[in-house]
Design a protein around this ligand. Structure first.
Ligand code: 5GP
Ligand code: MN
Length: 320
């Protein structure tokens, strides 16, 4: 890994026009990781652009330094693209292969589509991989970058709750606080600016919760109608599946959401089930404990649930 970090940094040093990009519908880790290098590369005199194909971007991340610099227009001429938190090339929303691509990620399902691939599936967030790369190259972390790296870490660890959290994660968090991060500010920005429409949507979605497989599996539904009635937006659905997983008996929670291009499934597990296996089967991806996919329009919720029940039974067999 250290060699890769050095090789990647050498490439960055040699490049002039650099694009920082992350996956479609970015979460805190995707956007935080891509924005984290912006001030550092700017200071190095690079021409840097942060690209994301999604419009509008999730507003709950609008406090990240340089959020307003993110563009959905890909510049024509550039030397290097660095992708963050993105498991496969198609999720970047870029048509043509970049002249050179550094792929920085922590998804177990990453397809290694870069010219340099820095994939650490043990990392708690992609921002931890970025942090390790900066450390390996003795790069000072300005507070603007630290806030982005820290926010990505908080969002991808469910506020330091997941199995990925260890001594290294807390050491890194402490270091970032030394660089100027105020944890209470980040927490307030992330968790104390809720939308009423989200709470109204939660109430409707919770009403649809269905338990099966002896209570080990929970399904929750979000329809277009619910979104319309409550005035909710896609961002408002982000954490529903996590709270459904919190039911005592549940090992796997699955949210089904009616999207324009099909049924979006979000899978979360608690202790032992590898949900990435199920997501990959439907053309998606993710991690052992959090994964997702979009199933095309041919099916309805009931049919999808029926298919998923069969798949989930398989991954529940691995109970420890
Ligand atoms: P979520 O359920 O919150 O959309 O995503 C959970 C995890 O699965 C995230 O790490 C996300 O990047 C990944 N994921 C979600 N949907 C897809 C998909 O359609 N394709 C791939 N490759 N990964 C996905
Ligand atoms: Mn991530």
């Amino acid at each position: 890994m250290q060699e890769l970090f050095k090789k990647a940094w050498e490439k960055i040093e040699k490049s002039k026009n650099i694009i920082l990009a992350a996956h479609i519908n970015p979460d805190g880790d995707a956007l935080g990781s891509s924005l984290s290098l912006y001030p550092i590369l700017k200071k190095m005199g690079k021409n840097v652009k942060v690209f994301n194909v999604t419009k509008p971007l999730p507003m709950y991340l609008d406090f990240l330094p340089n959020f307003d610099k993110v563009t959905d227009k890909l510049p024509k001429n550039y030397d290097l693209l660095i992708s963050f938190d993105c498991g496969s090339f198609d999720r970047l929303g870029i048509e043509e292969k970049p002249p050179f691509l550094i792929n920085i990620d922590h998804h177990i399902s990453n397809t290694k589509y870069g010219d340099i691939n820095i994939i650490d599936s043990k990392a708690a967030s992609s921002s931890q991989v970025v942090y390790n790369m900066l450390k390996a190259n003795n790069i000072e972390i300005p507070s603007e970058s630290a806030v982005c790296i820290y926010t990505a870490l908080v969002t991808d660890t469910g506020s330091f709750q997941y199995e990925s959290v260890n001594e290294k994660v807390f050491e890194m968090a402490a270091e970032l606080v030394k660089c100027g991060v105020k944890p209470d500010f980040v927490a307030k920005m992330l968790f104390q600016r809720d939308r009423l429409s989200r709470l109204r949507l939660l109430a409707k979605a919770y009403d649809t919760i269905e338990l099966c497989c002896e209570g080990k599996v929970a399904f929750v539904e979000v329809t277009k109608e619910m979104m319309e009635i409550t005035g909710a937006i896609k961002d408002d659905t982000d954490t529903i599946v996590n709270s459904v997983r919190a039911i005592a008996s549940v090992e796997v929670a699955c949210m089904l959401r009616e999207d324009d291009d099909g049924i979006k499934i979000s899978l979360r597990s608690k202790n032992y089930a590898d949900v990435s296996k199920v997501a990959v089967k439907y053309g998606g991806g993710g991690h052992i404990r959090a994964a997702g996919a979009t199933i095309n329009n041919e099916f309805d919720f009931e049919k999808v649930k029926e298919m998923l029940k069969k798949d989930l039974k398989e991954i529940l067999k691995g109970e420890k």
